[in-house]
Write a protein that binds this ligand. Structure first.
Ligand SMILES: Nc1ncnc2c1ncn2[C@@H]1O[C@H](COP(=O)(O)OP(=O)(O)OP(=O)(O)O)[C@@H](O)[C@H]1O
Ligand SMILES: Nc1ncnc2c1ncn2[C@@H]1O[C@H](COP(=O)(O)OP(=O)(O)OP(=O)(O)O)[C@@H](O)[C@H]1O
Ligand SMILES: [Mg+2]
Ligand SMILES: [Mg+2]
Lengths: 249, 249
């Protein structure tokens, strides 16, 4: 079965884009076909993968001005294709709100893609608006990056509650793929405390692999490459390879 | 003249809430009257200041179910009052969109507050939706925290463009209060590079004071206190006192 995973968390800056890019690259390099879709008007996943001037963006597809196959571009990672975002997507929240069936627009157009990707990864913006809702309705699971800090931990309960509501109302297939701890620093008390509390509360749902705070993960987007191509030996890159292995298993 | 400052940046996790709380506390301790308004449905500024069960929230006020004076609470910092947020604010974006004059709802209710605060600080969510637009229409200036990393730097140009558009269309008084560099780490090349590029491009508009990456700033919210009350001697707390001095001057 095709895995469609929404990478979501309304808390900002927790590592959604970094996780989307590096998990996608790691799964593709393990010989699986992957499509990464950038649903954030900031278009960080697009620039983080070095995509410059796509023929069409996800905005064009949501507004039915282009078909998804026209928007798909290849990337430097063999096996990983992408659909880019652009600043025009900022208007989509308001434009989508007046369309009937506004929560299912993405789900319908994902269904039209010719190629049968094994994995589709959806990078979400830091909000629970219509773009994230479209991702949660399209997906069969949600991957939640959680920064090892207080505010990120505090918001987790409410996020899980919102996901449950979407599952009950619009998308009964939606499961929790898992929770991944990001920017973990074992030298910092707060990091260790947050890890302990989240593992106690969510148990099995939290991946063994934790993503350490590692400068290669912050540097690689400025070169338009996933960490695996920028510095494969870095602790950050290796942690994402381990996470991908856990996800594939 | 009353200073009404929107602390805004659509990039997530750049330090908007940390800046709103610690700048508000520093200005209040310098004997100025300050009101901090939490406009984020995540309600991080509310929990970061230890506010538990407010009688009314900003959501109640925006929906005209309460007046602002009912929602104002005192905080542990003398001279600093607050209006709290709650998860119900998540619905405000959609509810506001069907109200006529939807961009000026906050501006109108801020005008009704009895007490004449010298400073009003508006903590914005990580988006350019109606809540942030209401803040930009109410404010006479914008304070932009920018994390010293690639994605945060990349989005800055577009944010300034959006602020200019609001100034031209709805709020001619809107000025740039300044850009503050956050989570700066002089040991990291990327940090120094981003600082150099932003100072070259924005010159005088960038504060001399930079906020270092400092664990006290990440720990203090879990005690519901600004860093000045949690660990006044910390480099993070002292940097916000310096920033407040630059802003007051
Ligand atoms: N493990 C890590 N170690 C060091 N830096 C990291 C790590 N993960 C992410 N970063 C950096 O932290 C910042 C925030 O990460 P990212 O942009 O991926 O988060 P996000 O959740 O997608 O943010 P937004 O809410 O704006 O979409 C970025 O500058 C990124 O390069
Ligand atoms: N200078 C700093 N040093 C260390 N940690 C910091 C610093 N500034 C902020 N933090 C921590 O980084 C995280 C992000 O900061 P914060 O929540 O203030 O950003 P934000 O822009 O308000 O996020 P959002 O986009 O979700 O509203 C928080 O966990 C905060 O405690
Ligand atoms: Mg992102
Ligand atoms: Mg915030």
């Amino acid at each position: 079965m095709k895995k469609i995973i929404a990478v979501a968390n309304q808390k900002g800056g927790v590592g959604k884009t970094t996780t989307s890019i590096n998990v996608s690259a790691s799964i593709a390099l393990a010989q699986h076909s992957v499509l990464l879709v950038d649903l954030d008007p900031q278009a960080n996943a697009t620039s983080g993968m070095g995509i410059q001037t796509p023929k069409a963006t996800i905005y064009d597809c949501l507004m039915a001005r282009a078909i998804m196959d026209e928007a798909i571009v290849t990337t430097e990672v063999s096996g990983l294709d992408m659909i880019a975002s652009g600043s025009d997507l900022a208007g989509a929240e308001i434009e989508l709100s007046s369309i009937s069936g506004r929560e299912e627009v993405l789900k319908n157009i994902l269904g039209n893609i010719e190629k049968d990707y094994e994995w589709i990864i959806l990078d979400c913006p830091p909000a629970l608006g219509l773009l994230t809702i479209n991702a949660l309705v399209s997906a069969n699971s949600v991957l939640i990056p959680v920064q090892c800090e207080y505010y990120a931990m505090e918001g987790l309960g409410r996020l899980i509650g919102n996901i449950d509501r979407i599952k009950e109302s619009i998308n009964p297939n939606l499961e929790l793929e898992g929770i991944v701890l990001t920017m973990y620093d074992s030298r910092i008390n707060l990091s260790r405390q947050v890890e302990k509390e989240i593992r106690e509360y969510f148990g099995e749902k939290v991946y063994q692999s934790m993503i350490p705070r590692n400068v290669s993960l912050a540097e690689s987007p400025s070169y338009g490459k996933p960490a695996l191509l920028y510095n494969a030996a870095s602790s950050g890159s290796r942690a994402y390879v381990d996470l991908a292995k856990e996800m594939i298993a």
